[in-house]
Ligand binder design. Structure first.
Ligand SMILES: *Cc1c(COP(=O)(O)O)cnc(C)c1O
Length: 354
């Protein structure tokens, strides 16, 4: 047995944040009721606050972003239809086939260099022929996780909105990290969310809440969403204890994102300087992908020295910044990560070398 290593920085995901003392206190004091009956005042306050920030009529709190996305797909589609979305979209890649399992629909990917689909490609992907499965909806992801936390420019959003309108199709946003996009663009959240019919937002990513996502839309859509949420097993009772922490996350979290983004740039530059293969064009918010052979072996070696990252695929490592990575932690982590870089692989054998 080796001695446990103390963690210098946990870059595996921005979901690893633990509740702050302010959140713990709010949880302890939260007013609660039965949310399946719509009677939890703290859940209602959270939904109202996010509806206000995004400009929607209503919101619905759910346990996860997978659930908010999949409820949105159920709302917008009928069995046998297609969901047009950017290649690598979380709604298909990382939601375990649920769009097929629950809604009976399939994805149609469009190319998305740096996570940004071309509005013309989206129009071309829309199907109308009686010989093809009809398009039920269009879904975007902003920021785009698999592309590296990349942002869809506002003019591209507006153009895709026009395509959706002209084609008469609902437009959904997987906005798991839409607060990161707004912070990086320096615009209010609604400048992004106003283009969509429904928006899913994760509170347990960079904002730091322990649990939960919110789906936003019209009051009528959220009424129907309530039914799908219950079908999926997402009807929670005294969920106000969770919503209380989420309200603190929504209040305090957004202002911290610029700092996460600054530290992400710092780490990305240190990695590039040390010879890592990082596409800096994709480093726009709080995520960095580095390509390297034997990704898992590298991640294991760093973990033994207190720096945690995720091997996503055989040759790809992901680093995600969040508010519980401090400047000191970051500097210590950079020392570990750059101690022997891929460039120096000809030096004496080390598991760190590749
Ligand atoms: C994290 C994430 C989700 C939701 O994930 P859950 O783990 O189900 O909360 C959805 N979309 C994107 C892009 C994500 O990164």
């Amino acid at each position: 047995m080796t001695a446990p290593v103390s963690v210098l920085a946990d870059f595996r995901s921005d979901t690893v944040t633990t509740p702050t003392p302010e959140m713990r206190q709010a949880m302890a004091q939260a007013a609660v009721g039965d949310d399946v009956y719509g009677e939890d005042p703290t859940v209602n306050a959270l939904q109202t606050e996010l509806a206000r920030l995004t400009g929607f009529e209503a919101g619905l709190f759910m346990p996860s972003g997978t659930m908010t996305n999949q409820v949105a797909i159920a709302l917008h589609t009928r069995r046998g239809e297609e969901v047009v979305c950017a290649e690598g979209s979380h709604i298909y890649e990382w939601e375990l086939g649920m769009m097929a399992a629950f809604s009976g629909v399939v994805p149609r990917f469009v190319p998305a260099p740096l996570g940004v689909p071309d509005p013309g490609d989206i129009r071309l992907a829309v199907r109308r022929s009686i010989h093809q499965s009809p398009t039920g909806m269009i879904s975007l992801e902003n920021t785009h996780n698999k592309a590296g936390g990349t942002i869809i420019p506002l003019d591209v959003l507006a153009a895709i909105r026009n395509v959706a309108q002209e084609e008469g199709l609902p437009l959904h946003l997987d906005g798991a990290r839409v607060f990161n996009a707004a912070a990086a663009l320096g615009v209010p959240l609604r400048e992004i969310t106003r283009h969509f019919d429904t928006v899913s937002i994760c509170l347990s990513k960079g904002l730091g809440a322990p649990v939960g996502s919110v789906l936003l839309g019209s009051a009528a859509a959220m009424k129907q969403a309530h039914r799908y949420r219950k079908m999926m097993g997402g009807g929670m009772r005294q969920a106000g204890v969770l919503a209380a922490a989420a309200l603190v996350a929504v209040r305090d979290g957004p202002a911290r994102l610029a700092q996460d983004h600054r530290r992400t740039q710092q780490l990305a530059r240190a990695l590039v300087d040390a010879g890592f293969n990082v596409d800096l064009r994709a480093v726009q918010t709080n995520i960095i992908y580095a390509r390297m052979p034997q990704a898992q072996a590298c991640v294991d070696a760093w973990a033994a020295r207190g720096v945690l990252a995720s091997a996503l695929g055989p040759d790809s490592v992901r680093f995600v910044l969040h508010h519980q990575v401090t400047d000191d932690g970051l500097e210590a982590a950079i020392r570990v990560l750059t101690a022997q870089s891929p460039e120096q692989e000809s030096k004496p054998a080390s598991t760190m070398s590749r």
